[in-house]
Structures are given as C-alpha cells and as structure tokens.
Design a protein around this ligand. Structure first.
Ligand code: 8YV
Length: 313
C-alpha cells in the first residue's frame, strides 16, 4: 500500500504513526512549516486523511483533494469534520468508538470526585504549608448523590456503571428514552438539572447540542449543583457558565473541554470551585495507542478493498 498517499493533519500515538508510515506514504501537515505549499504539492495524490479530534476537516479541504476516498479520525467525536461535504463527495469517514469508553468514564468519575471533594484546593492547602494553620473547609459527599447524564451513549453508560458503584442514583436526558434502560428519563434537560446534584455532559458535539447547557439549565442545577463536562465545550454556554460560577448560581464545575480550546477563559484560573483539565479524557498511553491503531486499521481495510471497521458516513 506504499503507493497510497495519506495526509496526516494531526498528531497520533507514536507507534500508530510508525505503523501508518510503514504501510503508506504519509505527509504530516501538522509538522509542516509551510502548510499551503505542502497541500499544493500533494493535493492531487492524496487518497486518505488521518485526522485528530480538534484538527478539523472542512469542506474546503475535502474539495481541495480530488482523489480523497477516506477520512480516518483518531477520536470518537467527528464534530470537527464536515460530514455533509464528505457525503456529497462519497468520502468515507471513520472514528474510534468504544476503545476510549473506559478512559473517558474513568476521568469523568475522577473529575466528579475531585470537584465535589475539593481535592485540588486540598492539595494546594498542603503544599502551601497551610495545614498546621488550620483545616480545609468541608467538601461535599459523592456517594448517594444523583447524577444526571446528558447523552446516555456508550461512554455515558460506562460512566453510569462507575457512578452506580458509588451508590449514585442515575437519571438521564437525550433525544429520546432508551429501550432496556432502567434509569429515569427526563424529556427536558432543565427538569433533570433541577433534580440532580451532578450534571454529567457526555453527548456528541455539533449543531444539535450547541449550548444545550445554558444559563437556565445552570440555574436549575443550582448553588449546590456540580457540572462535569467531558464532551465538547460547545455543549455549554461558556460565558453563562463563568457568570454562574462567579455569582454562586452554580456550585462547582469539573471541565475537560472548552469552547475555544486550547484557550481557557482566564476567569476560571482563579476559581477554587473549578477543576480544569486540558482535554485529557482519552489521553492515556493505552487508549491513545488503541485509538491510533484503530484509525490505521480503518485505512488498511479500505485500501485493501475491504469494509472499514468503524464507519460514521
Ligand atoms: C480526544 C475526544 O481527546 O474522541 C474524542 O472525540 O474528544 C478525545 O478522545 C480528541 O479527539 C482530541 O482532542
């Protein structure tokens, strides 16, 4: 397959990249000092793109590559890929579902515990030598609380299983109730927010979920409520979140994702009731390798004339 040329538009796990470079001729756009020049040079030969979550594939890029057949994304979310443009051109798009469920769910629980139990301020309290001067203020209990899951998909269910082990009560909101699920379903997000202690955001990003978590939902979650977002920054109205946290309308937040990553509103930096992560949920050696390998397997399957493994469109 060495004669097949692939455009790599974002980094991936080193051994997966090596594997892709063994099988294909790979042009690494993300390493190029002159991206437009590289694109002009290779555009007529590129048959596949390997993309990575935040590095989008827009209609302009798809249309600039006349021989493009497949976009293999490293990541389950494909909100940064123009799926309509891909469909119009008959370009296959694949993602990396399931292999990241555990890690994203683990971090979601970690953020929940760290935020409610105030683990980051407590760590700072010890490091600053403040302990001998007095104890930390009390935190909030995790076990027994109600977690409202926005988006009970594969990862949402993995989070729910973990939360159940903490004796949390699980409720959920999504477009429709799911057959075979015993958790209570809320047709309206704002009603679920009013009834839960922790609002866990794990729905897909994109136009359909844009700013679903707005000022009204945050107010319903309330001064003793906690927002955890391991989905996409775009699902939450970020200025409304900053305001709700600043004026105490909302209790606390644990955030792995932001609206304009890697930019994080400076207002969050000094908030002790907010735990911040730089979009890390899938970022373990094991999972990033599994995601990279799956993307390469999709490319291999396609260029061997076989069906791809995890097709989105
Ligand atoms: C990645 C993700 O961190 O799979 C996704 O959709 O959000 C994460 O696993 C992302 O692709 C890179 O930011």
């Amino acid at each position: 397959m060495k004669n097949v040329e692939i455009l790599s538009i974002g980094p991936m796990y080193p051994t997966s990249l090596e594997a892709m470079e063994r099988d294909f001729t790979v042009h690494k756009l993300w390493q190029s000092k002159d991206k437009p020049a590289l694109l002009t040079q290779v555009r007529d030969r590129i048959r596949g793109i390997q993309s990575f979550g935040p590095y989008g594939v827009d209609a302009k890029l798809i249309d600039a590559l006349p021989r493009l057949e497949i976009v293999a994304n490293v990541g389950v979310g494909v909100d940064a890929i123009d799926l309509d443009a891909a469909k119009r051109r008959g370009v296959i798009v694949t993602n990396t579902p399931d292999v990241l469920n555990d890690c994203v769910a683990d971090l979601a629980m970690g953020l929940t515990i760290a935020t409610l139990r105030r683990m980051i301020p407590a760590d700072r309290h010890v490091r600053a030598g403040d302990w001998p001067r007095g104890p930390m203020p009390f935190a909030r209990k995790v076990s027994g609380k109600t977690m409202g899951i926005l988006g009970l998909g594969r990862i949402g269910k993995a989070i729910a299983r973990r939360a159940e082990a903490f004796d949390m009560r699980i409720v959920y909101h999504g477009r429709k109730p799911q057959a075979g699920v015993s958790y209570k379903y809320y047709p309206k997000l704002v009603d679920m927010a009013r009834d839960c202690d922790v609002l866990m955001v794990i729905c897909a990003g994109g136009a359909a979920s844009y700013h679903l978590v707005n000022a009204e939902v945050l107010a319903a979650l309330g001064p003793e409520g906690t927002l955890i977002n391991v989905a996409r920054g775009s699902v939450v109205d970020e200025p409304a979140l900053v305001k709700a946290l600043a004026d105490g309308t909302l209790g606390a937040a644990g955030l792995d994702v932001f609206e304009a990553e890697p930019q994080v509103p400076e207002a969050f930096w000094t908030m002790n009731h907010v735990v911040l992560q730089p979009h890390m949920a899938s970022a373990t050696h094991e999972t990033r390798k599994a995601m990279g390998d799956l993307a390469v397997d999709n490319l291999r399957a396609h260029f061997a004339g076989k069906p791809v493994l995890t097709q989105v469109v």
